[in-house]
Design a protein around this ligand. Sequence first.
Ligand SMILES: Nc1ncnc2c1ncn2[C@@H]1O[C@H](COP(=O)(O)OP(=O)(O)O)[C@@H](O)[C@H]1O
Ligand SMILES: [Mg+2]
Length: 254
Amino acid sequence: MSSTANSTGTEVLSCAGLGVHYAGSVALQSMDLTLRRGRMVGVLGANGAGKSSLVNALANWSRGDATVSGRVRLDGRDISALAPHLRAKAGLLLVPEGRNVFGTLTVEDNLGLVVPPKDRDGRFVLSLAAAYELFPRLGERRRHKGMQLSGGERQMLAIACALMAGPKALLLDEPSIGLAPMLVVDMLERIRTLVDAGLSVLLVEQNAQAALKVVDEVIVLERGVKTLEGSAAEFRDDQRIAQAYLGASEGAAK
Ligand SMILES: Nc1ncnc2c1ncn2[C@@H]1O[C@H](COP(=O)(O)OP(=O)(O)O)[C@@H](O)[C@H]1O
Ligand SMILES: [Mg+2]
């Protein structure tokens, strides 16, 4: 793995007043957030809280008939007007909920399709060899087609593809879905090792207990509104918060 992502702690991705509406119903309202280099921010919230609407709007990949408002900045540049593929090219990479891999292509062909960035400045770039090192299971299954993989293996493949494309910021929408409970923390910890090496990640997770083990900061969404934010340590230590927000998934990550 190689990273030219230096100056840990500087802002890499932010949004201000981000809103998402679907034909009259509001999915996300006046959302502000900042992701710093080499950090992982967790977006927590119940089903329907607006988590996917948030990351999709950041990447400009909104589903259906969404109206998006507000500003998005990547690495000091306002990208609010950029089309989805240009945001990806600029280093804002989304692994969407339900993951996207080519079912009729093998693992190695899926990885082979990724075009590494020409300009590595400020990016975290994973080599093919490092991708197989990160997820050895992909190496074992390199000649299997996407559709023959388990949900967890497809998730690993989608994440590996995004990392090889050289993210400045990586948006992960529920990467633990489809994984056996035992593997959830393992997956999140592997991602954490990359964050410690300079990657910047916005992690959407319904499994709050698992997310709290790896993130630096937490944002809680309720019905499209940010109701709480703070350091992961505060969330781990505050029983009141733990009960109010995390009680429902207690035990899920154990
Ligand atoms: N394409 C869509 N069309 C209409 N409403 C949608 C669409 N996608 C999401 N919504 C609604 O927006 C709200 C937030 O959804 P979502 O962002 O998917 O939440 P989460 O990811 O937290 O489960 C929900 O009420 C959902 O029903
Ligand atoms: Mg979602």
